[in-house]
Design a protein around this ligand. Sequence first.
Ligand code: SF4
Length: 306
Amino acid sequence: MGYLFGPVLSRRLGLSMGVDLLKHKTCNLDCIYCELGRTRCLTRYRDRFVPPQKVLQEIKARRSEPFDYLTFAGSGEPTLSLDLGKIVAEAREIVEAPVAVITNSTLLTSPAVRREVAAADVVLPSLDAASVESFRAINRPASDLKIDKIIQGLKDFRKEFSGEIWLEVMLVKGINDRDAELIARAAESTEPDRIQLNTVVRTPAEPVEPLSEEEMKKMLEIFPGAELIPDWDWSVPPATRDKLLNLLSFETCTLEEICGRLDLAGSDAIKYCKIMERDGLISRRLCGGKLCFQVAVKPYYNQKKI
Ligand code: SF4
């Protein structure tokens, strides 16, 4: 076990259960903004990195946990795994949630890879450059990768895939923002369902600068119809937060008990618990092997009742 991670709160996918088919960190790019750090294993070859049957066993074992998407992502570029297509197709039969693949788009030049990725419900490719210079500057690719071919691969994929394509464009100050017009035209030409603009929010591989909120809003004029990937704006509806705090002030509850008592769907309950944990309002512990939640600090009005 250990091929799944999360579920994590994702800005694009809600509560996302990650599947990692790679070894840390295996990629054909070495993006300057990568939150995984420098690419130590810069490879252009597809390979088997993990045993597929074990991954599928783990997906089966965790299928009933609440999550909004099962997402193929993780320690590098998922399309470098030769098992991606098989595992995605089988995972769709196992889990109820839609299956998403996050990819840097580079291998969509290959018809075989496009067929494998097309087994997903949603594909989240990225495109940060439209010229050789900015591709080198921001993505630092393995030597044989060509940006014009990658853009053509995205166009071909659009023709072959009827599911949702959400194209991400990462903008880094002074690196590719000057090429925004060119990138916008290239992004539009690939006809994705959504274009999502992002800037550096997590600790990057290199000391690069994000665009300001104002600069990102201006980018929407260059990328008409695009959207900004929202900031970490998770919040719990106040009435639900109060009810949950009140419940947990009196007793420690499992996730199932929280769902039953507050009439919440499993994915909402785990999402709210994670947010309230992050905010220091509640904490988790294991009770008889089950995950339970309790208040971190008892509210004043309940302390008085005891
Ligand atoms: S493609 Fe993704 S994993 Fe690879 S270097 Fe870029 S950000 Fe990191």
